[in-house]
Design a protein around this ligand. Structure first.
Ligand SMILES: [Zn+2]
Length: 392
């Protein structure tokens, strides 16, 4: 047994405990969380720590396979240019791709991340995830905006998914602007016939032009299709935002994670509340600032009964893969966000979405959630001095 004591312990499922104790067994499973040392443990020394103890973090959205693109894509050029830049950089040396992915996995572990919802377009991360100390759910991502290619794209994704098994994995659409209705329908049918077995994670409203394209078929996405030589003559303006256009094409039988939501408005949120889909939301503020120099209207999502989570996105669009850093950006830009709330988003909410909340996301006896020590807080405020250290 090991016992830690800190200024505060944040169990997440209960109020913070001042001068709290956390006892764990040799497998890092929680034995007790309390304001006292466990009664049968007088002889066991206590590791006294200054700072707060939290459960391990859940990174709800990442692309480990893009880690080699760290510092390669210019900042602030907007999503369409970002995608063009990315495409030009994809053909790197496989050894370099692999080495960067291994380092990213290691860094996330050191940053106190215990589980990741990770997007994959290739099999490069299969062995890395199999050996990792982090839990991964892989979202095998499909994209094809050409209706005729829907079947082939979907079949290729199912085959790639086979390579990830028996790891947790599912097949998912990339984004409203990169998946045809036909492909959406194939994924929906698969979800509906495999209930609760194919979690969905989709990039949503990352820039205003995504809405502009869906509403009016105007804006920079037209240039993007032309750039890639994709014929979109079949596409009709939908007279509504992208989110409202694609949600009816998604399943009601699985949880769905909407990622980014940078240009999601109040009307979209009311639409979602009326629609029978199991929508969760993920914020990746570091990547939003990197690509679009803007942030989602986070206040709109709060206290609406939604499950809200945090992701890092990839190293192509972020300085580091660190959930604490994302929490810091959110708090800096939305000062009303308290530490309690941000910690919920960073732990139990992500675990709930990934379906691993029985074991991760909160400090409760019987769980193995990982333990993080957060130091350098100014009361409830995350500052430049705030750091995370993994205890177990
Ligand atoms: Zn992403």
């Amino acid at each position: 047994m090991k016992i830690f004591r800190a200024d505060y312990v944040y169990p997440i499922n209960a109020d913070p405990i001042k001068n709290g104790y956390v006892a764990i067994d040799d497998q890092s499973k929680i034995i007790s969380v309390s304001d006292q040392k466990p009664p049968d443990a007088e002889h066991i020394p206590v590791e006294k720590l200054s700072g707060i103890i939290t459960p391990g973090f859940i990174n709800a959205h990442c692309h480990v396979e893009l880690s080699h693109l760290h510092n390669k894509v210019p900042k602030g050029e907007g999503l369409v240019q970002f995608i063009k830049n990315l495409q030009g950089l994809r053909n790197a040396d496989p050894k370099e791709i692999e080495a960067a992915a291994i380092k990213a996995d290691h860094d996330m572990y050191e940053n106190g991340i215990v589980a990741v919802g990770d997007i994959s377009n290739s099999n490069v991360t299969v062995p890395i995830k199999a050996q990792s100390k982090i839990y991964y759910h892989t979202f095998v991502e499909t994209f094809s905006f050409t209706p005729e290619r829907a079947d082939a794209t979907f079949e290729a994704a199912l085959q790639l998914m086979e390579q990830f098994k028996p790891q947790a994995c599912s097949v998912t659409p990339h984004a409203p602007y990169s998946v045809s209705k036909e492909l959406f329908r194939l994924i929906k049918k698969y979800c509906d016939t495999h209930p609760n077995k194919n979690l969905i994670s989709i990039h949503n409203q990352e820039c205003e032009d995504e809405n502009k394209f869906y509403r009016y078929k105007l804006g920079s996405f037209n240039d993007l299709y032309a750039y890639f030589g994709i014929d979109i003559s079949y596409f009709k303006p939908q007279a509504r935002n992208s989110l409202q256009s694609v949600v009816p094409l998604l399943t009601s039988k699985q949880d769905i994670l909407m990622v980014h939501n940078t240009c999601t408005n109040l009307k979209d949120i009311y639409f979602i509340k009326r629609f029978d889909r199991r929508i969760n939301w993920c914020f990746c503020p570091g990547a939003n600032l990197y690509i679009e120099k803007m942030l989602p209207k986070v206040e709109l999502f709060i206290d609406q009964g939604f499950n809200l989570t945090i992701g890092t996105d990839s190293l192509a669009s972020n300085e580091k893969l660190c959930i604490l850093s994302e929490m810091g950006i959110l708090q800096e830009n939305f000062p009303t966000l308290g530490l309690d709330r941000l910690l919920q988003w960073a732990t139990i909410n992500g675990a709930t979405f990934l379906g691993i909340d029985k074991d991760k996301g909160s400090l409760e006896p019987g769980k193995t959630p990982g333990l993080n020590l957060i130091t350098g807080l100014d009361g409830q405020k995350i500052t430049a001095e705030t750091k995370v250290r993994r205890l177990v």
